[in-house]
Write a protein that binds this ligand. Structure first.
Ligand SMILES: [Zn+2]
Length: 240
């Protein structure tokens, strides 16, 4: 699907949807790719908590100073402060018409509850939680198979997209290396956190009748189309 087809899909289906979405997916699930496509198709504002922390900690506001003090100490920023930061972002004018796409927060049920409470206070809510479902074994091969070239960060996967000559970039001939994040035990550890903790968000949003699950093993465009269909068919539930 090209950009024009995507925008045709949007114009006939989701205009003025103004939907607040949470994208849930493990590392390697394609969450980042799908977030970028949704921004393109919907004009939705992508709120990645990691980016917000970096931006907010540069600001000379009370909140910015607080956040910086936690980051400087290497401590986790408390949930209430993170929620406040997200609410501040949601209240900016660019989020008023198209809704937001939250990425990276919440990761736990406690965070989801804190976020719901905060949103309620400003007359907003999460409308849809979309889970990109990819089996653990698939995530492991996607992540631990990933190699990057030293010269230009071209990305390969020794299982699904190997270079012609092992260990050498097809494009510029430089050596391929594996990032420390992508090594077996680090990958296992990150996935363990996801499958023991973040996965509980599914029950939380299912109970609120907001959960949609998408098969993340399909091609990128198919996943995107399925998500677009879900958003198109979404009905705003009355605020509680
Ligand atoms: Zn390269």
């Amino acid at each position: 699907m090209n950009a024009m087809e995507r925008s045709a899909l949007v114009n006939t289906s989701t205009e003025g949807a103004n939907v607040n979405i949470i994208l849930i997916g493990a590392q390697g699930s394609g969450k980042g790719t799908q977030a970028a496509l949704l921004v393109q198709s919907l004009g939705i504002v992508h709120i990645a908590s990691g980016d917000l922390f970096r931006a907010a900690s540069q600001e000379q506001t009370e909140l910015g100073k607080k956040i910086r003090s936690y980051l400087d100490k290497g401590e986790l920023v408390p949930d209430e402060i993170t929620v406040q930061m997200i609410l501040n972002r949601i209240n900016k004018p660019d989020c008023a018409s198209g809704g937001v796409l939250l990425d990276g927060f919440p990761r736990t049920v406690a965070q989801a509850q804190a976020l719901d409470k905060g949103l309620q206070g400003v007359g907003q809510q999460i409308d849809l939680a979309i889970y990109l479902q990819v089996p653990r074994e698939e995530l492991i091969s996607r992540l631990s198979g990933r190699y990057i070239c030293q010269a230009h960060q071209h990305v390969y996967n020794i299982y699904t997209n190997p270079p012609k000559v092992p260990g050498v970039c097809d494009i510029d001939g430089s050596n391929l290396y594996q990032r420390s994040d992508d090594r077996g035990e680090v990958v296992e550890k990150r996935l363990n956190i996801f499958f023991s903790e973040t996965i509980r968000l599914l029950d939380y949003y299912r109970a609120e009748n907001k959960l949609a699950e998408v098969n993340g093993k399909q091609e990128i465009d198919h996943v995107h189309m399925e998500i677009m269909k879900i958003i198109k068919n979404w009905d705003r539930s009355p605020p509680k």
